[in-house]
Design a protein around this ligand. Structure first.
Ligand code: 5GP
Length: 204
């Protein structure tokens, strides 16, 4: 059986990554989202086990020492990490996995899974990014400036991705991410494993 693919979606906050990922998961039943562990507090509406596994810092550090993470990083002063065991079991079973992680995590995963497919989501301009970060309009200019700085730091890693999606019109961007995932399944190595009998019969 062909192994599943690992897709890594990276984006600065404000690029609309979560919307694209939700639409992809709704359209494609063969891909599963990895639920990360984090030490940050849940936001309103977030559910433990669905959006994140929310854990205390001491528990996260115990998991680091136990080598339970495929990768982890500290973002905005909180830890975020991907469970190693879960990923291995899903990949071996032939299903695809989507990781929504930052550039530091993406680098670590790429070292362990060189075939992982990196997808970077960009905003159509800095102005639009800033408007989206201002969103609810409640944050000070200083907070916005800090978020813009972190976003630009993330964007500086765009060259490490395999595919780039500019999220100007959300419907187009959703079609793009679905297309990338489909294309990822049609590589020669995977198709040869999946269709061994067919290919040898056709070759004669
Ligand atoms: P948020 O707190 O807004 O949900 O996420 C903050 C940042 O942490 C985002 O860039 C998100 O992609 C990243 N992130 C979420 N989960 C993980 C993870 O498991 N590993 C890494 N390295 N980054 C993560």
């Amino acid at each position: 059986m062909a192994k599943g693919n690992l897709y890594i979606v990276t984006a600065p906050s404000g690029a609309g990554k979560t919307t694209l990922v939700k639409a992809l998961l709704a359209a494609d039943p063969h891909i599963q989202l990895s639920v990360s562990f984090t030490t940050r507090a849940p936001r309103e509406g977030e559910v433990n086990g669905r959006d994140y596994h929310f854990v205390e810092r001491a528990e996260f550090e115990r998991m680091i020492n136990n080598c339970e993470f495929l990768e982890y990083a500290e973002v905005y002063g909180n830890y975020y990490g991907t469970s190693q065991t879960w990923i291995n079991s899903v990949i071996e079973s032939g299903r695809d996995i989507l990781l929504e992680i930052d550039w530091q995590g993406a680098q670590q995963v790429r070292r362990l899974f060189p075939d992982a497919i990196g997808i970077f989501v960009l905003p159509p301009s800095l102005d639009v990014l800033e408007q989206r970060l201002r969103g609810r309009g409640k944050d000070s200019d200083e907070v916005i400036a800090r978020r813009m700085k972190v976003a630009r730091e993330e964007i500086s890693h765009v060259d490490e991705a395999d595919y780039v999606i500019v999220n100007e019109h959300v419907d187009d961007a959703v079609r793009d991410i679905i297309a990338v995932v489909r294309a990822g399944r049609l590589g020669l190595a995977q198709q040869s494993e999946r269709h061994t009998a067919l290919i040898s019969a056709l070759k004669g």
